[in-house]
Design a protein around this ligand. Structure first.
Ligand code: T4K
Length: 375
């Protein structure tokens, strides 16, 4: 195929930005107040606004999604084993291990890529203290099944909802499921605070623990009763969040348009499987994963990724390798025990997805994909 040469490179994500003047106005007062961090006024305001937007009881802001997850686990005082999925970003598994816990990997559902709830019970032992499922690409897990398993065995549930900002299931905000849910507000996400994250939860006592954990475990000026971390969101991050939240619905609407244009161009291509939207879920169009079946399509996922890259399009293999296969976990887990996850991770490619992606760019991406299949 003759290589297409373009001026602009296209990445898998591109942060949405609020109008420049609006952000400058939002941060302006910080030059007077000099209150730059440690749970200031903007931090408080963003927590309130997110509580309303996400329809959750409580929001505790954090410096990033990963620390939200680490501290959400720590505040839960878990022990032993945590059942989770290897088809996720490094953060999920690392957060479990960095809390001194053992991840036990459950396979995933072949259509939603989330934990296969029917396979959880077989992994429960007397060491299991929690389930940590991930809402992958914005696909929500089987929250009802997971709730009943957790109730039956007295387990805690923490959702990694890093991809699920603004979504709801049958009208209930995604942050309401389990004992806690964490969101990522990283620059590459649907909603961002540059870096940032949050824990959503119902139990006020748990919230007090989280509050102290993100500030070194300090209870009062002379009392430190937790071995905490520093995971506070600063006022500049919160200001970015306040601005971006004003545009979040239009950002999701723009992503929907991108989603539809991809679907129009890729539907019906032999060996190309597109993720279906879940019924009962209000989606956020966070990612656009495509599975390439080599035999029918005529090329591998890696070949598609390479052809795109040579034309300046940087799609990503989220999530390859499985976290259970990372070098840092060498010899500790067996990826063959999660065959569906293993198969998906070898065949999936997440295409560029952001509100400002132009129709002409989507055309270009899909054209390269089609050519690669026909070679
Ligand atoms: N749980 C799950 C399931 C997650 O997916 C994540 C994060 C977390 C937990 C942890 O949340 P955080 O602690 O991150 O809040 C990116 C993101 O950094 C990461 O947030 C995200 N998941 C993951 C899926 O993707 P990388 O290593 O692929 O990032 P990077 O720097 O290669 O960025 C991807 C592309 O985005 C770049 O090629 C260009 C574009 N980009 C990136 C940045 C940072 C921009 O245009 N502007 C930017 O500022 O992890």
């Amino acid at each position: 195929m003759s290589q297409e040469i373009y001026a602009e490179e296209i990445y898998v994500a591109r942060p949405s930005m609020p109008p420049f003047d609006e952000f400058i106005e939002e941060i302006g007062e910080l030059w007077q107040t000099r209150r730059l961090t440690n749970m200031g006024a903007k931090h408080k305001k963003l927590e309130e606004e997110l509580r309303r937007y996400l329809h959750v009881k409580n929001v505790s802001l954090m410096v990033n999604g990963h620390m939200a997850l680490e501290l959400a686990i720590q505040a839960m005082r878990l022990t032993g084993e945590v059942i989770t999925t290897p088809f996720t970003f490094a953060s999920t598994t690392h957060a479990i291990v960095r809390n001194g816990l053992k991840p036990v990997f459950c396979d995933i559902d072949p259509d939603t890529y989330t934990i296969d709830a029917d396979k959880i019970e077989a992994l429960i032992t007397d060491q299991t203290s929690a389930i940590l499922p991930v809402h992958v690409y914005g696909n929500l897990c089987e929250v009802e099944k997971i709730r009943s398993i957790a109730q039956k065995y007295g387990l805690k549930v923490i959702y990694d909802a890093a991809h699920a900002f603004g979504e709801s299931y049958r009208g209930t905000g995604a942050g309401n499921f389990g004992d806690a849910s964490i969101f990522s507000f990283h620059a590459t996400k649907v909603f961002h605070t540059i870096e940032g994250g949050a824990v959503c939860f119902a139990d006020d006592e748990y919230g007090m623990d989280l509050y102290r954990l993100k500030n070194f475990g300090i209870r009062g000026q002379e009392t430190v009763d937790f071995i905490g971390a520093n995971a506070k969101m600063n006022e500049f991050q919160a200001a970015m969040g306040l601005c971006n939240l004003r545009y979040i619905d239009s950002e999701i609407e723009k992503r929907k348009r991108v989603y539809e244009q991809y679907v129009k161009r890729l539907t019906g291509l032999a060996g190309v499987r597109i993720m279906k939207q879940q019924s009962d879920v209000k989606p956020n169009y966070a990612y656009f994963p495509v599975i390439f079946e080599e035999k029918e399509f005529g090329a591998t996922r890696n070949e598609v990724a390479l052809q795109l890259q040579q034309a300046g399009v940087y799609a990503r293999k989220y999530f390859y390798p499985l976290t259970s296969m990372y070098d840092c976990y060498h010899g500790r887990f067996d990826a063959e025990k999660t065959p569906v996850a293993l198969g998906v991770s070898k065949r999936v490619l997440t295409l560029p997805m952001y509100g400002e992606l132009e129709e002409e760019e989507i055309d270009r991406i899909c054209r390269i994909i089609k050519h690669t299949g026909k070679r």
